[in-house]
Each structure stands twice: as C-alpha cells, then as structure tokens.
Design a binder for this molecule. Structure first.
Ligand SMILES: Cc1cc2nc3c(=O)[nH]c(=O)nc-3n(C[C@H](O)[C@H](O)[C@H](O)COP(=O)(O)OP(=O)(O)OC[C@H]3O[C@@H](n4cnc5c(N)ncnc54)[C@H](O)[C@@H]3O)c2cc1C
Length: 379
C-alpha cells in the first residue's frame, strides 16, 4: 500500500512513523513538505527569548531515513481527492491513501498595520527575528495581541507575556515597562478554569494587564496604537502579534474547505472522500489547534490505515491531550485536557513546578528520537 502524506508537521511525522512501525514493508510512504526542516511551536519561544538557537531547534527532514519512506521537499499546488493525487512544483504524486496534514497559514493583511508596525511571532522566521527585537528593546509599553480566533496553541500568548516579563526583569527594564495581553478568548484557557485562574494570578503577581474578550483589528503605525474590534485603543512601543489563521490556500483552491477549514469525521479523521484523511490544524475537527491534538489525530488516522491493510480495530479519536504551559521563572504547568465530541471540554491542571520543565523537554526529545532517529537535548 502506498500512502501519500501532505505536510511533515506534528501530524504528518507522527502518522508516517506509526505506519512504518506498524506495517513495515507492507507500506511505502511519500511525505511532502515545502520546508527542509520541522520546528516545534514551543521552540519558537525558546529562540525568541534567547534560550536556544535557530540551528539547535531545526529538525531536518533529511534525517528521516528509514526503509519505506521518501521525503520530498516541494510545495503542493493542487489536490485531487477523488484520484488521491497531487500536483506539486516537483511533479505529480498519488497514493492508495491520501493524508492531508498541512497545518494552518497566516493572513497578516487581515490586520492592517500589523506587518508595518508590529512583530508577528507565530511563523518560524517571525519568532526568530523577534529575538533581536527583544534584545534591542530599550523598555516601554509591550502589547502581546491576538488578532482572531481560532489561533494555534491558545496558551502561547500567555506564555509570551510571562516570558517578556522575565526578560525585562533580567535586563533591568521591568520598572520602566508595562506588559498587556489582549486576547479574544474570555479566559486565558477557557476549557481549564484552574489553568486560567493560575495564569490570571501569575499576571496579577507580575503586573501584567489582562484584556480578555478583545481581538486586535488593526494597528495605527503613526500613533503606535493597537485598536480592537470595538474601537478600544491600547498604545504600544513593542507589539508582539498573533496573526489571523487560515487554512493553506491549496486547500481552498482544491475545494476541500467548508467555512475555512477541512471537515472530517471526529472519530476517524476521514474526509467525505474514500481513503482521504485530514488531521490537525488544517481541519475543523473541533479541538484547539495544537501539536498534541494533531498528534492524537494522527494516531487514530494511522490506526484506520493499518486496519485497512490488515483488518482489526480502529483506535477512535478521543480528543485528549496533555499540554505544557510555561509560567516563566523556570516553572512549567501541565494541563490534561479532553475535548469529547458533543460534550463540554474539561482540563485538569498540574503545577506550575520545576520538574515539569524536565518532562516537557523529554516530550520534545522523545518525538525527535522517534520521528528523526536521533537524539536532541532541547535545554
Ligand atoms: C509560538 C507557538 C508555540 C506553540 N507551542 C505549542 C506547544 O507547546 N504544544 C503544542 O502541542 N503545540 C504548540 N504550538 C502549536 C503547534 O506548533 C501546531 O499546532 C502544530 O504544529 C500543528 O501540527 P500540524 O501537523 O497540524 O501542522 P504543522 O505542524 O503546522 O505542519 C504542517 C506542515 O505542512 C507544510 N505545508 C503547508 N502548506 C504546504 C504546501 N502547500 N505544500 C507543502 N507543504 C506545506 C508546512 O511546511 C508544515 O511543515 C505552538 C505554536 C506556536 C506558534
């Protein structure tokens, strides 16, 4: 059986590894990604805040060397879900099974003034560039602002505000600076009241202003002001922004989206096309957009593909994941969260505490070992 996997992110890498582990020489996988390497979302913050280097957090697809897998670096331009074939800059590819794991892209133009007057920290390039911006920041009004929902890793803007606080303290600039966090969500992590409470307490302790339920609609570059959807203004000297998220254009152009994202069956990740699966951030599956959810969906989709080859049980997706949450001061919390289909989500908090930092580092290094076949020490 030949499986064509589009996107070598959290979901695509986990799915590819599972298929090769379980099916051995009964499967061959072609994994297509436009980039030459994978970067964990949390590594973007590590580089941005000077805790790691760009080189140390790039995991090269060239290291994915196992029998049965071919990695092709190219951009997917068109998808035909009926023929299960794709057109790319490197020619056409097809598969007996097609898995779409193309993640979410960003629309900076949806927020006028953002590219001109702000700094987005959600792309790899944007986050890495913020490192120098933060190193050279002389102090002043910092605003961490989210432009629209849904956005990846809902805790990331809160983590960013807390890490900005630590950085300004270390640089002796905290007393002459303010930090505000502006988010369209009513609470920092709505499905976990305990985690939200702990974050709000951490903001209060550190003097970080919390503005929930507000989305940034545009920036005024002349007046250095962020403006929310109701016209409320927040002045800034440094704006760190989370841009509007969109599904990759190829999914819209290929007619695979409904209301902006690819619809799938919650339990099996199947699309409406036979033998075509979609998982992770590019879908409207109903979980937050985060790597740990993409990974869980990849496990279920892989089990369905294994069952197709060999028969047996499909591991139905259960919407559960464990998310790590940086509080700064070398403290990490863990939220065990579940998004049950049709039921309200709930999340239980552990920490924040120092030893969860070690657990988080192990989370990253264990994935690198499985996906890329090499060791990685993240801190
Ligand atoms: C600052 C920040 C912190 C984060 N922290 C965490 C965290 O601590 N834990 C967590 O679980 N998640 C975290 N996330 C979110 C996480 O990074 C994403 O949700 C996750 O990577 C999604 O996995 P995915 O497989 O769905 O998509 P992705 O990992 O985004 O993979 C999609 C892949 O598709 C490729 N692609 C897209 N379009 C094309 C095309 N046309 N042709 C070819 N290739 C294409 C991309 O290059 C990419 O490699 C964070 C995100 C950010 C921005």
């Amino acid at each position: 059986m030949h499986v064509l996997v589009l996107g070598g992110g959290f979901g695509g890498l986990e799915l590819t590894t599972r298929l090769l582990d379980e099916l051995g020489d009964e499967v061959s996988v072609t994994l297509i990604d436009r980039n030459d390497s994978f970067v964990f979302g949390f590594s973007k913050l590590d580089v941005m805040f000077g805790r790691s280097t760009a080189d140390a957090v790039r995991h090269r697809y060239a290291d994915v060397v196992r029998p049965g897998v071919r990695v092709v670096q190219t951009t997917v331009r068109h998808i035909d879900p009926v023929a299960r074939s794709v057109t790319t800059d490197a020619g056409s590819f097809d598969g007996d099974v097609l898995v779409i794991a193309l993640g979410a892209d960003y629309d900076l133009d949806a927020t006028p003034g953002l590219a001109e007057a702000g700094h987005e920290f959600y792309t790899v390039a944007g986050a890495f560039a913020c490192r120098e911006v933060l190193e050279q920041f002389p102090g002043g009004r910092v605003v961490v602002g989210v432009c629209a929902t849904p956005f990846k890793c809902p805790p990331a803007p809160s983590e960013t505000a807390l890490l900005v606080h630590d950085l300004l303290v270390t640089r002796g600039l905290r007393d002459t600076s303010s930090i505000a966090l502006v988010m369209p969500l009513p609470a920092p992590i709505p499905p976990s009241p305990d985690a939200s409470k702990a974050l709000l307490a951490a903001f209060a302790e550190r003097g970080i202003e919390w503005h929930g339920g507000r989305a940034i609609s545009h920036l005024d570059p002349q007046r250095h002001t962020a403006v929310d959807a109701d016209g409320g203004e927040i002045p800034f000297d440094l704006f760190l922004g989370v841009p509007k998220h969109v599904a990759p254009a190829v999914l819209h152009d290929s007619g695979l989206t409904v209301d902006g994202w690819v619809p799938v069956d919650f339990f099996t990740l199947e699309t409406s096309h036979p033998d075509v699966y979609a998982l992770g951030d590019c879908t409207s599956v109903g979980t937050p957009k985060a790597g740990v959810f993409s990974e869980g969906q990849a496990i279920s989709a892989a089990s369905a593909i294994v069952a197709r080859a060999r028969g047996g049980e499909v591991q139905r997706y259960d919407g559960s994941a464990a998310c790590y949450l940086e509080f700064g001061h070398d403290q990490v919390a863990r939220v065990d969260i579940q998004f049950m289909h049709g039921q309200p989500p709930h999340g239980a908090l552990s920490g924040p505490q120092h030893d969860l930092m070690v657990q988080k580092a192990d989370f990253g290094s264990s994935r690198v070992r499985r996906w890329f076949g090499r060791d990685w020490v993240s801190y």
